[in-house]
Design a protein. Structure first.
Length: 156
């Protein structure tokens, strides 16, 4: 299972990297056109907004998997080992429930935003908002794997 999740996380990071290069490139092109060529690429802002939403959603789900997101462990580390394990199980379960809720609420928000178009591109803003339930979905997968490992006392 770990190998499959490692492959998935690498794919998500690759897509995020491609999106970052795309965002950087179109913004540089927009600056060059505006500064030196005396015209503006109006679509750059809309394309950047969509791409940033997806880049962050995909890369943050990988951060959840690799445990490289911000955590505060100073209080947790003061507890004995058996209490730490119970606390970690409970907190991980709560986080999974939160992400499951985020899948549904993010989906509803994305659907609602499908009736509002980006100014220049004319495509629904819902496409940017749909990154939220996708982030939550991948996070549920990664956190469930973590919960199983905590319960079975395996190394992550």
């Amino acid at each position: 299972m770990k190998k499959a999740l490692d492959i998935l996380s690498n794919m998500l990071l690759t897509i995020s990297g491609i999106l970052f290069i795309f965002i950087f490139s179109i913004n540089v092109a927009g600056i060059i056109c505006r500064t030196f060529l005396d015209f503006t690429l109006l679509w750059v802002t809309d394309a950047s907004n969509i791409s940033i939403a997806w880049m962050l959603a995909l890369s943050m789900s990988v951060a959840i998997y690799k445990k490289i997101h911000l955590t505060i462990e100073i209080i947790r580390n003061k507890f004995p080992q058996n209490v730490k394990k119970v606390l970690e199980i409970v907190l991980t379960f709560i986080i999974i429930v939160f992400f499951i809720n985020l899948i549904f609420s993010g989906w509803k928000t994305g659907i609602m935003k499908m009736s509002i178009d980006f100014t220049v591109l004319g495509i629904p803003t819902g496409y940017a908002f749909m990154a939220l339930p996708v982030f939550a979905f991948f996070s549920v997968i990664f956190m469930t794997y973590r919960l199983v490992n905590i319960i079975l006392s395996k190394e992550e």
